[in-house]
Design a protein around this ligand. Structure first.
Ligand code: HEC
Ligand code: HEC
Length: 254
């Protein structure tokens, strides 16, 4: 983005006051991750982590949640397009699941999904994701003694393998994926938590207007934005020759 096309984040935010977390630096457009203890239980998180990596959640056994939300790739998909069950190529790739509990505008690029529980149901049932159904997943998990034991350790009861418990475990895992950093410490008021160079970068980030969209706890994801606020995003890509590659990719999409 050309630095010439800057605008001040406060103006862009319509003068809206940012809610300050306790102890945070006042007036910063980016807020620290809340410091409160994470409200999840370890046994449920561990079960959720295991389910997240379980390919039996997809109809053809080819993908788990983790296939498209890679822990070592920022919780997102480093590929341009995520690849679903039966090798179907998605028109988009996955957003990160890190700090996803702090998203405020609904889930997915469209914001169409309200909560993490509904998101899981959607992922499993969607023909373009896992193409499966919850009842069958539960049936398979309930027939696996190791799984039953882990469900029992987390939830107790004679019949612990249920959709409700499985979904709750995955949501618990997702809620545990919070990534406090030195920058959060700085936002909490610890002056030497970031280097002088990093501080200059953050000042530029504000001065160039990046914070008009990249603000709040999740440094973004709290507004819907037209792609190409300043130029013709898709048109410019065509002109630079990149569009041809993108279109070729899209042509292969369902
Ligand atoms: C085939 C790849 C794929 C698989 C498998 C998959 N996802 Fe996703 N996930 C995506 C894509 C792509 C999106 C964005 C969809 C959209 O906007 O249309 C997404 C969106 C999400 C989001 C919303 C994130 C945000 O910031 O809005 C969450 C949470 C999520 N997935 C969790 C899961 C869970 C849990 C599973 C397993 C039950 C799963 N995903 C399986 C590709 C996948
Ligand atoms: C008009 C709103 C807007 C402004 C201003 C803006 N961005 Fe973004 N940015 C977005 C959106 C929307 C996305 C996600 C779309 C995508 O990844 O294609 C994004 C994605 C990104 C990503 C990729 C994040 C990821 O998780 O992959 C980076 C890095 C980024 N922006 C940096 C910047 C910087 C640096 C500036 C200032 C020079 C800036 N942005 C200004 C809206 C904006």
């Amino acid at each position: 983005m050309a630095p010439a096309a800057v605008f001040v984040w406060l103006a862009a935010a319509g003068g809206r006051a940012y809610v300050s977390a306790q102890g945070a630096r006042q007036g910063e457009p980016i807020l620290p991750l809340p410091e409160k203890a994470i409200d999840v239980e370890p046994a449920k998180v561990a079960l959720g982590e295991r389910l997240f990596a379980d390919k039996r959640f997809s109809a053809d056994g080819s993908v788990s949640c983790q296939s498209c939300h890679l822990p070592n790739a920022g919780g997102a998909d480093p590929r341009r397009h995520s690849v679903s069950a039966f090798g179907k190529i998605r028109p988009v790739n996955s957003p990160t699941i890190y700090n996803v509990r702090y998203n405020t505008m609904g889930l997915n690029w469209t914001g169409r999904t309200g909560d993490l529980d509904a998101q899981i149901k959607g992922s499993i049932g969607n023909a373009d994701t896992m193409a499966h159904d919850w009842a069958k997943v539960v049936q398979v998990l309930a027939a696996d003694p190791a799984m039953v034991a882990q469900f029992r350790a987390a939830y107790g009861g004679d019949n612990p393998v249920t959709q409700e418990n499985a979904s709750h475990a995955i949501v618990s895992f997702e809620k545990s994926l919070v990534t406090p950093s030195r920058f959060d410490d700085w936002l909490q008021g610890k002056d030497d938590a970031i280097t002088a160079q990093e501080k200059v970068g953050y000042d530029k980030f504000k001065a160039y207007g990046c914070v008009a969209c990249h603000s709040g706890i999740n440094v973004g994801g709290n507004s819907f934005m037209k792609m190409g606020l300043i130029g013709d995003y898709f048109g410019d890509r065509e002109k630079k020759g990149r569009g041809a590659i993108v279109d070729a990719d899209r042509a292969g999409c369902p």
